[in-house]
Design a protein around this ligand. Structure first.
Ligand code: 5AD
Ligand code: FES
Length: 357
């Protein structure tokens, strides 16, 4: 094919994806490997069209409370892995978590995301009290949990306590790749089981993966897309892998902005109703990363609500942005950033359209 034919071929693939929400594995691979800048802008335009049909120009806010960086896991890529002796560990008390959520509420957040390492201190009972407490104070807020793998009974108790959503990235849908990124004590099958359990219980579920993680091949990303299409999660969190200096991957390159944006667009087209954040990691590798993410089809931003004295300690990767800013400053900044690309931050829960009340 000459270049004009090639361009026409890729445009036809984007149109097919927009119309049928699917491509063959070979076609997905071609889309991900394409190095045509004009194709990227065409794909992003399609993704914006689809998202605006469903969610208009709205961008939803999630207030992220990183309440503990203790973790019993040892994921090879992660800065708060158990064996990282240099990580300064902290835990927020129940009272501190409530204070963060109150402050978030006053700032206009209607979703509070509670995120932590897998910290055994937070038993079901403690977590149930925290979730209940937030829901009692702010019945019109959604509570999202992002606290890793647990047993189904535990997930059920948290759901019954009022938690609405759960984020658990699958990290990679390829078992060998999963085993490459994680120590032998972690199980791919268990992670998959957790995602299924969360869905069955009735959570709005978020899966997702890093882009450019060590050992990742483009074929793995095609498997991720296939997996996401099958799972039909309500949220998908993706961001570039970024090396952390205290891990064995310290010297490896980060994932690229281009690949992350392309996947955001493909995921928007494949799952039109999905809630898709422009992540902090994307903002970390490119100062305009989050704005570019919104323009590629993302419709969620997750500013940090953690108290400023612990901000700089929840470091999964190097050079994380916003660690020195107060929550009020982050929300002001995010609102301006979103407006600068023609979208609007709104004070709403921002449920998936199928769960909207
Ligand atoms: N770079 C980018 N993302 C990371 N995560 C963990 N470590 C890194 C890293 N080095 C992501 C994982 C995890 C989420 C909370 O953060 O995908 O699920
Ligand atoms: Fe935190 Fe901009 S979003 S300073």
């Amino acid at each position: 094919m000459d270049n004009t034919d090639k361009h026409a071929y890729y445009i036809a693939l984007a149109d097919k994806l927009a119309e049928t929400r699917d491509l063959t594995d070979e076609e997905f691979l071609e889309v991900l490997l394409c190095d045509d800048k004009e194709f990227d802008s065409y794909l992003a335009q399609k993704a914006r069209d689809v998202r605006e049909k469903i969610y208009g120009k709205e961008v939803y806010l999630r207030g992220l409370v990183e309440f503990s960086n203790y973790c019993k896991n040892n994921c090879r890529y992660c800065g708060i892995r158990r064996d990282n002796r240099n990580a300064q560990r902290y835990r927020l008390s129940e009272e501190e978590i409530f204070q963060c959520s109150d402050m978030g509420y006053d700032l206009g957040f209607r979703t509070i995301v509670l995120q932590s390492g897998e910290d055994p201190y937070y038993t079901d009972e403690r977590l149930v009290n925290i979730v209940r407490g937030i829901k009692e104070r702010h019945p019109d807020c959604a509570v999202t949990l992002s606290i890793g793998e647990r047993e189904k009974e535990s997930y059920r108790k948290l759901f019954e306590a009022g938690a609405d959503r759960y984020l658990l990235r699958h990290e990679t849908a390829n078992k060998e790749h999963y085993e490459y990124l994680h120590p032998a004590e972690m199980s791919f099958d268990h992670r998959m089981q957790c995602l299924q359990d969360l869905k069955d219980i009735g959570f709005q579920v978020g899966a997702g993966m890093m882009i450019g993680s060590p050992g990742q091949k483009t074929e793995h990303l095609v498997e991720d897309l296939r997996f996401l299409r099958k799972l039909q999660p309500e949220m998908v969190g993706i961001g570039p892998f970024i090396p952390h200096h205290d891990t064995e991957y310290a010297a490896l390159p980060a994932g690229t902005v281009e690949m992350t944006l392309r996947l955001l667009s493909v995921i928007r087209l494949m799952l039109p109703e999905v809630l898709l954040p422009a992540t902090t990691a994307l903002g970390t590798i490119d100062p305009m990363g989050r704005e570019k993410g919104i323009l590629a089809g993302a419709n969620v931003v997750m500013p940090n609500l953690s108290p400023s004295n612990v901000r700089g300690k929840y470091l999964l990767y190097d050079n994380k942005i916003c660690t020195g800013d107060e929550a009020a400053e982050c929300i002001r900044c995010m609102t301006a950033r979103v407006a600068s690309v023609g979208y609007e931050v709104v004070q709403k829960r921002g449920d998936h359209i199928k769960f909207a009340k």
